[in-house]
Design a binder for this molecule. Structure first.
Ligand code: FE2
Length: 464
């Protein structure tokens, strides 16, 4: 089944195009002048999405007022198939004096099954009855599951945001021409802004210590969708949540934007949750885990993971790649041992099934680990890679926990979900200590910069 390869780009893209009237016309030459003076003013709705509303009183749109259609086929201009999906809206409500509320434009999800692997499809989406159909776009489905076929090039980004650094990251990434994009949490950083918008801050709690709630400026999500559209209208993107997607609002509701805007193969992978799921791309099985929902060995995510790992046929799908937002192995001072509880709960299971690679974000820098298990070098352990350097508004991490005076105190890095399980190392050169006094042996390479990752798989892994 290859349906999941289309619905992610369709979802984000369609959200935008139903609000945009597309027109093409000939550009006149100066020889045809002089022209009558015309002023075209800035369309301020572009800042928030045409139909999104922000204010003290907002009224949710009727999702049924616009249909969700995708027309597609294997030849340009020939749409042999049509599918209809469903539409929805969400609101972000803050019942506090002076804080603005938000309700989204209409968000469309169209699920398409029966697509052939490794095949180009041309498509339009919109509502043909208005009429408002998009321009034609084209994308290629991922290869079928086999030890001899792999996605051409997989891009990996964490902590992207919507800054000038994010633009540079995306420009570089697009030049690398990926065929699949993994987005490992902290997508828009809408929660670095107050509900009134403005410039945003690198540290919300420092800038607004008296804020009644961690506010967000939801139009950043709309802008981020437009920013990503040129790529994700043609390349599948798979996302997993980070802490910046929590976005608490009225009545304890969280993750509303993340859960409403993205469709993920939770049902198809048996997880039943958009917070964690798995999918295949050629000879790679990807597992996306949720760090901000129950990860304990007694919980439903763990039970699903165990079953999912058990079901992978490694003769047909030899590579196992896992991803979640906060890293387990990290030698920067920021977020040091922050998700040690999650590691202690889940690492043995991933090791048992010989996961090959783990990608994480959260730490705003790059770090690649040597093969490691339980903080010891182990040639059967996965290679953990942190790529939380997408371009966020906060900062690049430069301090290492082993730098003189930079070992964080136990209170410095508190997780936004789950418990605290900080440990002193029980063996090796840092035995008895919380931090090493040199770059740990499990840390192979670290660099403080912005960027993205590219993963290319050429053959079966060597099994030992
Ligand atoms: Fe994060």
């Amino acid at each position: 089944m290859n349906y999941l390869k289309l619905w992610i780009p369709v979802t984000l893209f369609f959200t935008i195009i139903t609000q945009t009237k597309l027109a093409t016309s000939q550009i006149p030459t100066t020889l045809e002048g002089p022209f009558k003076p015309v002023t075209r003013t800035f369309d301020s709705s572009l800042r928030r999405g045409r139909d999104a509303q922000i204010g003290s009183n907002v009224t949710a749109l009727d999702p049924a007022s616009v249909a969700s259609e995708v027309w597609y086929g294997k030849e340009s201009g020939k749409y042999t198939s049509k599918r209809r999906g469903n539409s929805t809206v969400y609101s972000q409500l803050y019942p506090f004096e002076g804080l603005m509320n938000y309700t989204s434009g209409i968000i469309h999800h169209v699920r398409i099954d029966g697509l052939e692997p490794g095949t180009k499809y041309y498509y339009k989406c919109g509502d043909s009855s208005i009429p408002a159909m998009s321009e034609e776009h084209v994308f290629e489905t991922l290869p079928s599951s086999s030890p001899n076929s792999y996605p051409r090039r997989i891009a990996v980004i964490g902590d992207l945001g919507l800054t000038s650094n994010s633009s540079t990251t995306m420009d570089h990434l697009i030049m690398n021409d990926p065929s699949l994009l993994l987005m490992i949490g902290d997508l828009t950083y809408a929660n670095q802004y107050r509900t009134t918008g403005g410039k945003g801050v690198p540290c919300f709690s420092c800038a607004f210590p008296d804020a009644p709630i961690r506010e967000t400026y939801q139009p950043r999500w709309d802008g981020w969708g437009r920013f990503m559209e040129p790529l994700i209208s043609r390349v599948p993107m798979m996302v997993v949540e980070g802490n910046h997607e929590i976005e608490p609002q009225v009545a304890g509701i969280t993750f509303e934007s993340y859960l409403t805007r993205f469709s993920l193969p939770s049902e198809e992978s048996g997880s039943g949750s958009n917070f964690y799921y798995s999918f295949d791309a050629g000879g790679i099985h990807f597992i996306m885990l949720g760090a901000y929902v129950d990860y304990n060995s007694t919980g439903s995510q763990y039970a699903w993971l165990k079953e999912d790992l058990y079901r992978v046929d490694r003769t047909r799908i030899p590579w196992l790649v896992a991803a979640w937002h906060p890293p387990w192995y990290n030698s920067y001072s920021a977020h040091y041992q922050e998700f040690e509880c999650m590691r202690q709960e889940m690492e043995a299971l991933l090791y048992q099934y010989r996961v090959d690679i783990v990608f994480s974000g959260h730490v705003h820098a790059y770090e690649r680990m040597n093969r490691v298990y339980n903080y010891s070098l182990d040639h059967c352990g996965p290679v953990h890679i942190t790529v939380g350097d997408g371009g966020n508004i906060e900062q690049v991490e430069v301090d290492h926990a082993d730098d003189h005076g930079k070992c964080p105190s136990a209170e410095d890095n508190m997780p936004e979900f789950g418990g605290v399980c900080h440990i002193n190392f029980s063996s090796g050169p840092a035995k008895g200590k919380f931090c090493w006094d040199k770059q740990p042996e499990w840390s192979a390479f670290r660099e403080s910069s912005f960027g993205h990752g590219i993963l290319e798989v050429w053959s079966k892994p060597k099994m030992s």
